[in-house]
Design a protein around this ligand. Structure first.
Ligand SMILES: [Zn+2]
Length: 177
């Protein structure tokens, strides 16, 4: 997703682009906002810009191999974690659902997501202990693709949505007890 595909939030877009261009992007970003706002879309646009091989003045190019991989949600250095259903499930189990819902509607909410993965079975979303361990192991990975020097400093950018951050903190807390 490009920044031009995200509705509004022009000031924030400019700040994020400026931070990337000046190599001043924080090692972690937390996007906060109500459901249905552009948090996830903005995180995807930022991720695409970080990895873009031919960044434009105010956005990613949208056509280089990294942009194409990010648009298809298959970039090997971009990992997703989100609430799932089931006691020991990990996000990777639901990656096709994740790609499908993002392609259809990148502004989906938690209810939309649960309807997609649990088919109205009235289950509660959860980030499991197994998922927390998986996230920690992914954070230790080195980038698979060769990146230019600016991006090597951002070898493991981590972008949280609000709901994920809350669940992850709780799950991490339980994991380490
Ligand atoms: Zn690109």
């Amino acid at each position: 997703m490009k920044f031009e595909d995200v509705f509004g939030l022009e000031d924030l877009k400019q700040k994020l682009v400026s931070n990337v261009r000046q190599d001043r992007l924080a090692h972690a970003q937390l996007f906060l906002g109500p459901e249905g706002s552009g948090n996830l879309a903005m995180a995807l646009a930022l991720t695409q810009l970080i990895y873009c091989q031919n960044p434009q003045e105010n956005d990613s190019c949208g056509v280089c191999s990294s942009c194409v991989k990010n648009q298809k949600l298959v970039h090997p250095d971009v990992h997703f974690t989100y609430p799932t259903v089931g006691a020991r499930e990990k996000s990777t189990t639901f990656i096709e659902n994740w790609r499908e819902i993002l392609e259809i509607h990148p502004y989906f909410n938690t209810t939309d997501w649960l309807n997609n993965i649990a088919k109205n079975e009235n289950k509660n979303p959860n980030i499991t202990k197994e998922e927390t361990r998986d996230v920690l192991s992914k954070l230790a990975l080195k980038p698979l693709l060769t990146l230019i020097s600016r991006k090597q400093q951002l070898s493991n950018p981590f972008i949280f949505s609000k709901d994920f951050f809350r669940s992850f903190l709780l799950s991490a807390y339980n994991t380490f007890l």
